[in-house]
Write a protein that binds this ligand. Structure first.
Ligand code: HEM
Length: 512
């Protein structure tokens, strides 16, 4: 943990590298997984909570803890330049009325934060998004034949169907109708989005990466232009929870906010592009890993099915549609345990902040302007914290966060054993590591309520509708048989949830 009273130490342990300034920067950019392994090992070796390295010539630190004097805006400003495509003129424009006295580096967030709080985190809108997602995803599953075994590539299937359902829920159906191939274009972008945000020379110079980003940006621009042209702001959909042009209220209000703030349609399209990354980059790989674990373990699959079925409420007699109570679902013990356990093992985030003033962390001096990061991977694999019931922290165990408790049954008055969700430890860093900042707002992921519903709704409907059997692991590039199971794709390490690096081929049969 951090200790704030100054100690005599001046410089923390430095991450070893063969060529000063070069080796660590290059590995950080090109192989963050291996980089993080070295960081973890050296933190353990030196028994330190902080380690220093350089990104180019900028000093950077990885810490464990929660300093409160770090600038949260710098990452978003970098995103605005790298992904939104905001021009220098837009970055230097006049503040909106009422925000004239806001410090320069903070004024873009006036109003922007509120959009997320009001239209994404807010229960009414996160529930609306989840409901639309569930309907669209179920419709896509219903295109699979009933009572017939077929073979599918699990990750490929979920990348296509979950992403399309989530994109239409958040941005409307027009974005997909206007842009054939947008979902594939998104996944191409997903693979390079993290490194591109850092704008490091090797990658930003790579024409392929830039072309991938430009293609997706063109598509989101087509959507923004069309929605502005066709949407009736005085019509009944202006405050609707969903419409085909903008989709959700969040997307509509973001467009309005950006236009009122003087941002171009190009920048607004970049904002959509960045949000697509937040929307799909974590939820789809996490759902895939959860399903991989369930398919590998038929007893877990069956237990999840039983829990999921308890959340189904009614069947529409006319359409046969089964309704599910999403709030009940996300509170079920095994479902929650599966969710936490999957996130614990596969989310790898380095949350980065910039020191606004000289800092003292764990007795070491950190200069103003340095990058300070904390990585979820180190915290989430800590044996002392997470190991339980003979299951080491490195292993998936679906029941890790479930305990059996004895309660008196209200009906019979008898003592019965019930399952209860009990987190093995505090998951410090799934949705953010550092919570409250000087600007007074939360920087915790505003999509977290929707994300949990989306992931668990997807798992619930999959285990309820289908019987599934593992066939084989394959190499995603050519479909050939893999000689090993899927592992975390370390190209995503430090940026978001890590995808499986192998495809799981399964047989499945839809039952309803
Ligand atoms: C398992 C799923 C998800 C995980 C692990 C996750 C993680 C995170 C984290 C760690 C941050 C904060 C980064 C920081 O502090 O600098 C963040 C921010 C954000 N996330 Fe998520 N997220 C998930 C799903 C979603 C979903 C479904 C959405 C829906 C649109 C979303 C939208 C956003 C947005 C808009 C931000 C930026 C917030 C800001 O500007 O303050 N996320 N996410």
């Amino acid at each position: 943990m951090l200790s704030w009273p100054p100690r005599s130490k001046q410089q923390p342990p430095v991450l070893r590298g063969t060529i000063p300034y070069v080796s660590n920067t290059v590995q950080y950019m090109t192989n963050a997984g291996a980089f993080l392994d070295r960081v973890s090992n050296q933190l353990k070796e030196t028994k330190s909570n902080i380690i220093k390295f350089h990104v180019g010539f900028t000093p950077a630190y990885i810490v464990t803890g929660s300093p409160e004097v770090l600038d949260v805006n710098f990452l978003m400003l970098r995103m605005m330049e790298a992904h939104w495509g905001v021009s220098p003129a837009e970055l230097g424009q006049v503040p909106a009325p009422g925000t004239e006295h806001t410090p320069d580096d903070q004024r873009y967030w006036h109003g922007h934060d509120r959009l997320y709080v009001d239209y994404l985190t807010n229960r009414k809108y996160s529930d609306a998004l989840a409901e639309t997602f569930y309907r669209l995803f179920s419709e896509r599953l219903d295109r699979q034949p009933v009572a017939e075994w077929t073979t599918v590539n699990l990750f490929q299937f979920l990348k296509a169907t979950m992403a399309e359902s989530a994109v239409i829920s958040l941005f409307g159906s027009q974005i997909v109708d206007l842009n054939p191939g947008i979902i594939e274009a998104y996944w191409d972008f997903d693979a390079i989005a993290g490194p591109l945000a850092w704008g490091l020379p090797q990658l930003s110079a790579a024409p392929v990466a830039l072309a991938i980003e430009a293609r997706l940006h063109e598509m989101t621009r087509r959507h923004i232009d069309s929605a502005w042209e066709h949407f009736d702001w005085d019509g009944p959909d202006a405050e609707a929870t969903w419409d085909p042009h903008w989709g959700s209220r969040l997307s509509r209000e973001s467009a309005r906010w950006l236009r009122q703030g003087g941002f171009s349609n190009h920048a607004a399209a970049g904002h959509t592009l960045a949000t697509l990354f937040g929307l799909n980059g974590n939820t789809v790989p996490i759902t895939t890993w959860a399903m991989i674990e369930a398919i590998k373990d038929p007893s877990l699959f069956q237990a999840l099915r039983e829990e999921a079925q308890s959340a189904y409420t009614a069947t529409d007699p006319k359409t046969g549609t089964k309704h599910i109570d999403a709030q009940k679902l996300v509170a079920l013990p095994l479902m929650q345990s599966l969710y936490v356990e999957t996130m614990r093992l596969h989310v790898s985030l380095n949350i980065a902040r910039q020191a606004k003033q000289p800092l003292e962390i764990d007795g070491f001096r950190v200069r103003q302007g340095a990058l300070v990061q904390t990585c979820s991977q180190v915290a989430h694999y800590d044996e002392a914290v997470w190991a339980a019931g003979g299951h080491p922290a490195t292993e998936f165990w679906g029941w890790r966060h479930v305990k059996e408790v004895e309660v008196v049954d209200e009906g019979s008055g008898e003592t019965v054993t019930r399952r209860q969700f009990a987190m093995k430890a505090r998951p410090s860093s799934f949705f953010s590591v550092w919570y409250v900042f000087p600007r007074g707002g939360y920087v915790m992921c505003p999509g977290r309520h929707f994300a949990k519903q989306e992931i668990l709704l997807a798992v619930a409907v999959l285990v309820s509708k289908f019987d599934m059997e593992f066939v084989e692991w394959t190499n995603p590039d050519d479909g050939s048989r893999s000689d090993r199971p899927g592992l975390d794709d370390r190209r995503y390490a430090a940026f978001l949830a890590m995808s499986p690096d192998r495809e799981m081929k399964i047989r499945w049969r839809r039952n309803w």
